[in-house]
Design a protein around this ligand. Sequence first.
Ligand code: DLL
Length: 418
Amino acid sequence: MRLLQAQRLHDTVCRCYENVKFYRDKLDELGVKPNDITSVDDLRKLPFTYKQDLRDTYPYGLFAVPREQLVRVQASSGTTGKMTVVGYTAKDIDDWAVDAARAITAAGGTKSDFIHVSYGYGLFTGGLGLHYGAEKLGAVVIPVSSGNTKRQIDILRDFGSNILCCTPSYAMYIAEAIQEMGLSPGDISLKAGMFGAEPWSNEMRLQIERMLGIKAYDIYGLSEIMGPGVSFECSEQTGMHINEDKFIPEIINPDTGEVLPLGEQGELVFTCITKEALPLLRYRTRDIATLSRDKCSCGRTLIKMSKPCGRTDDMLIIRGINVFPSQIESVLLELNLAAPNYQLVIERQGNLDTLEVQVEMTPEMFSDSVRFIEKTEKKMKSALLSTLGLAAEVKLVEPKAIPRSEGKAKRIVDNRKI
Ligand code: DLL
């Protein structure tokens, strides 16, 4: 693997140097020549690439092939600023399909499964990514796309879907809707789900598994690097194998850029070593994770990354306490007192930040006494304080009060004007 990575890395750096002005200028500035990059350890000599670099060269400035060789562009919306546009050659699309097919296989998918894709189709990479993966595997793809939950459930039941692909928050939404329709897991043929595109906790995994009667697998990716399938979970469900024959991962200290040893937590950085259209070098994902080479019971030897536990840029700092929304989710769900739908509302009063955690009640709780509800709020509040050291108000809200999402859930409402 190291030899293959070294060869591919060298080839990629040569192509970047020849075809992308941005990288040629950067390497010249650092005094690095493509021939200086002969081993994986030489990665450290290369410059980082940031999302801002894609924005500054919008839309196609970092592409390494002429237009005739492109066969597709996709984009990620981003909450601020311009979209990030990414592109693929025919070979890139084929490589991506193989990576997504590996992910489906690791989740137990076979040629004879119906793969129900409820990730959005369009510029977002979720839908088309899993779609091509399912076809590459030779499975039967059901390209439902997101939205229209009643129709999703009709299709799940009538078409005999075996693997559901969507965001974990939409999986919860579908699971709730199934219950409301008076159906049970026995009425559908699902065996697994492939959920990703947003952070989710292990507790949420257990809830989804219980409600849908399936195994819930994590799948990770980002458009800049490729899309879904950069890494994927296997039967062991303890982290995601990275397709490291195509993407070399590093973990760095986000403040200093220093490369950290295996096992330490930091920012995940990827270098693409097979991409033709958009081969990014040392791309700063902003996702926080760890890497591990521990032996995996599934037999795969590909390096594993942990579930991303947040991003360097969505980390909340509430009165000096650093906290990730996913940690708050874990604390809430561990108590097993309410539905896993929540929203974090941050305000600034004077110079002080306040956090209100709004958590949805289950319909049963809603009919409980006010005293019971207040007691539950108190319990949650003290759990957040004792586990995370976080002083937050907890407010239980009516079932369905928190807006549902068919794509990525909006967990944070930040009303601070900083
Ligand atoms: O979300 C690609 C994708 C689609 C992955 C479908 C998995 C399934 P972007 O829209 O570019 O691409 O967003 C990428 O989403 O940097 C992470 O912060 C987050 N993310 C993606 N997968 C996971 C995951 C797609 N499994 C950004 N767990 C990434 C946590 C995830 N966060």
